[in-house]
Write a protein that binds this ligand. Structure first.
Ligand code: ADP
Ligand code: ZN
Length: 490
């Protein structure tokens, strides 16, 4: 079967997505691959399809046990022989699986990186026919990445022990130049075919809201979208718990997830969410790796995350089915403080002391860029794409900032009239009376102050009250006029 037939036969898809075919072709030509594809782009297909076409077995190094289990389950259901080897199995189960693997029973074997050092696994690997080693979440190999895992450094030792050098295919969702170089150098990729697919997810609508009353926003958002599945990310466990209580009491079908909950509860809550028993989940960033729920309609960030990498990945869990989804970030300046605090608490026990400063600097820089996203008035989509190294053109016209863009109108003459009115009134009256005068309104209070005698009475009568109000608040914002507190009215 060729790649297209396998895609159809085993996975049920008619077409490859962007990038997939070129990765598969390179692998089938025997080349190493480094693929940077955003979450949800479909990385798994890129190594699963060739795994079925290559003669021997493909070993997939993957950091997450839950992810491996889900993948293997899905493969088995599709009729593909696959297995995983990790700490969730007993020694006996591992021996049995390895024996079956050595006999060529499986086309794909998932393995946790720690396992690559075990004698038993190495014995299997040295006698098996391994066609390809795939490294998933390959950025974990880099100290400059977000989730450095020392055990990833063992991968190359493992490969060196094999009789025959297999094809190496490496995948990650986010990689800066440094991380890409690290992946290629540390794993000694030989002239790799590098694929970076677009980071633009057109169906995602990005939006930033500067608000204090975040709870109110979330409650009303959920009320307006009662049938939708969504994820709400909070910075801390405490936030998760409080927001969960609030929504639960209001009868929202909601569940929660953070590292403070027992493993069984986490698993149950996660499943409740995935299978839509509770379509809304409140979670810390501990939630989501490897989650493949296609119908998530919104991802709301209750707090600003620590980096664009985090944000893009978490927000990217929305709309995997390609349908419109909203990614809303609720920003308050406090979020910056919370994150600075969380970064100070970061665990550096596995990092070389001389690197700590550098990592701290990079973290601080990432946080700054993230804050920039929250504060920019420009196109949010372009901000994201630029950060991930893509060239951007005109504003997207499909994000909170693009839609919010105000039309520029010359209001100099109206602004002068407002100032004249305030001058005539000698600054004695509040905004409502000033607006009333400008509109030429017929109100008792205006008669009382003899407003009709003002030159500016009715000077802006062709405008609406809302327009004048907006004009005045803009003038205050830009410092042309200021509001004075009146101690006692009368
Ligand atoms: P990633 O690992 O890049 O985050 P996955 O491999 O989990 O993404 O794929 C994301 C989703 O896209 C999955 O539901 C997968 O089945 C689906 N998918 C992948 N490739 C295709 C394709 N060619 N056509 C349709 N759906 C696809
Ligand atoms: Zn935009």
């Amino acid at each position: 079967m060729n790649a297209n037939e396998i895609l159809k036969e085993y996975f049920g898809y008619d077409f490859f997505r962007e990038g997939q075919e070129s990765v598969i072709n390179a692998i089938m030509e025997g080349r190493d691959v480094l693929a940077v594809m955003p979450t949800g782009a479909g990385k798994s297909i890129c190594y699963q399809v060739p795994a079925l076409m290559l003669p021997g077995v493909t070993v997939v190094v993957s950091p997450l046990i839950s992810l491996m289990q889900d993948q293997v389950k899905a493969l088995n259901e599709a009729g593909i022989h696959a297995a995983y080897i990790n700490s969730s199995l007993s020694d006996r189960q591992i021996s049995m699986a390895l024996e079956a693997a050595a006999n060529g029973r499986y086309k794909i074997v998932y393995v946790a990186p720690e396992r690559l050092e075990s004698g038993e696994f190495i014995r299997f690997a040295t006698c098996a026919d391994i066609s390809m080693v795939t490294v998933d979440e390959a950025h974990c190999i880099s100290q400059w990445g977000q989730d450095f895992r020392p055990s990833y450094l063992k991968i190359i030792d493992f490969i060196n022990q094999l009789k025959k050098r297999p094809i190496l295919s490496t995948f990650t969702a986010t990689a800066t130049e440094e991380v890409k170089n690290d992946i290629a150098c540390i794993l000694k990729l030989s002239d790799p075919h590098i694929v970076v697919t677009g980071f633009d997810r057109e169906n995602l609508y990005y939006q930033v809201e500067h608000i204090r009353r975040k709870d109110d926003f979330i409650v009303s958002y959920i009320e307006k979208h009662p049938n939708d599945s969504g994820i709400i990310y909070c910075a801390t466990r405490k936030n998760v718990d409080t927001l969960y209580e609030l929504l639960f009491k209001r009868g929202v079908p909601v569940t929660k997830y953070h590292a403070g909950l027992g493993q069984d509860i986490r698993k149950k809550n996660q499943d409740d969410f995935i299978y839509d028993r509770t379509p809304v989940i409140i979670a810390t960033n501990a939630f989501g790796m490897g989650i493949d729920k296609s119908n998530v309609r919104y991802v709301i960030h209750y707090n600003m995350p620590q980096s664009m990498e985090n944000y893009y990945q978490e927000a990217g869990r929305g709309g995997r089915d390609g349908e419109p989804s909203q990614c809303i970030l609720l920003f308050s300046p406090q979020d910056v403080m919370i994150n600075k605090f969380l970064l100070e608490q970061k665990d550096f026990s596995e990092v070389e002391p001389e690197d700590i400063d550098l990592i701290r600097q990079r973290d601080a820089r990432r946080l700054q860029v993230m804050e920039g996203y929250c504060r920019t008035t420009g196109c949010l989509r372009n901000y994201i794409l630029r950060y991930f190294g893509e060239k951007t053109g005109v504003p997207c016209e499909h994000c909170g900032n693009c839609d919010r863009e105000y039309r520029e109108v010359d209001m100099t003459s109206e602004a002068k009239t407002v100032i004249n009115c305030i001058f005539e009134a000698k600054g004695r009256y509040g905004q409502n009376i000033v607006i009333g005068i400008l509109l030429g309104a017929n109100r008792a209070r205006l008669k009382e102050i003899n407003a009709e005698a003002y030159q500016t009475y009715g000077a802006l009568k062709e405008k609406s009250e809302a327009e004048i109000r907006l004009l005045i608040s803009q003038m205050v914002l830009e410092g042309y006029i200021f509001r004075r507190r009146i101690a006692t009215a009368y």
